[in-house]
Design a protein around this ligand. Structure first.
Ligand SMILES: [Zn+2]
Length: 264
């Protein structure tokens, strides 16, 4: 009887340890974000992100939010909340509202890549993409990283080229369909591959928070080539967009990248 009580106490204690550990992990993710964008962010002080231009941004606004509210009004903490999964097991259908990387704070990206179409354009450079030319930002070496992706993709069997080109677009200062939020294409840090083989949650009859079916035709080797150089794939989102890749190295660092066990 006494043994049982002790076991119960131990179980209770380990549960509370888990509860204590979770926020610490979230804090680590913020540190990884700061380290990734060290050319733009000076550091953090408590709940504030300190930018190199001297401005400050609240990390956690302290508000309780639904997933849809997080998408609309993301703070910095919300952006790093879901761990982007890598590895073989990460190609299963994403769990409901599991959208790692899709929760973004517009102001954060405007500060890094430019606050207007004109500002972003001033940093665009050309990258060769399977017989065509694309325009992407040179900030954070996105152009260099995309060239590395192209070089790796060029080593894959030729039959995979049809998925990659023509690209459906890179830079485009625009809102995400059905929202008031800027797409990462606005910052010249995203690429859509061939739309002919694309699947998109809205095309399948999905509504925000209620996507009935998941489809994907993009081969794993292509996704891995992008992830190897800091680009995440929209096919790992519940609100999926399988032709879409965007440069988000903060989500692919060893300390932040997740696996299929933590889709929540
Ligand atoms: Zn896209």
């Amino acid at each position: 009887m006494q043994k049982q009580i002790i076991i119960t106490i131990i179980a209770g204690l380990s549960m509370s340890v888990c509860l204590i550990i979770s926020p610490v992990l979230a804090t680590d993710a913020i540190d990884e974000l700061v380290a990734t964008y060290e050319h733009h962010i000076a550091g953090r002080q408590g709940n504030m992100l300190i930018w190199k231009d001297g401005s400050q941004m609240k990390i956690d606004d302290g508000l309780e939010k639904s997933h849809q509210q997080r998408l609309k009004h993301a703070d910095i903490e919300d952006m790093m909340r879901q761990a982007y999964p890598v590895g073989k097991c990460s190609y299963a259908r994403p769990a409901r509202n599991f959208d790692p990387g899709r929760v973004r704070n517009d102001t954060f990206f405007r500060k890094i890549y430019g606050n207007s179409a004109r500002q972003v354009k001033s940093h665009l450079v050309t990258v060769k993409w399977f017989g065509r030319r694309l325009r992407v930002t040179s900030i954070n070496n996105v152009d260099e990283q995309l060239r590395k992706v192209a070089a790796d993709l060029a080593k894959l069997p030729r039959k995979l080229r049809k998925y990659l080109a023509p690209s459906a677009g890179t830079f485009n200062w625009r809102k995400i369909a059905g929202t008031r939020r800027l797409s990462v294409h606005s910052f010249g840090a995203a690429i859509d591959i061939n739309t002919k083989y694309a699947d998109y949650w809205r095309w399948s009859g999905g509504k925000p928070g209620n996507v009935p079916a998941y489809h994907n035709k993009i081969p794993v080797a292509i996704i891995e080539a992008f992830e190897d150089h800091g680009f995440i794939w929209g096919g790992k989102w519940y609100h999926y967009d399988t032709m879409h890749f965007e440069y988000r190295p903060e989500l692919l660092r060893p300390a932040t990248a997740g696996n299929c066990g933590n889709q929540s």
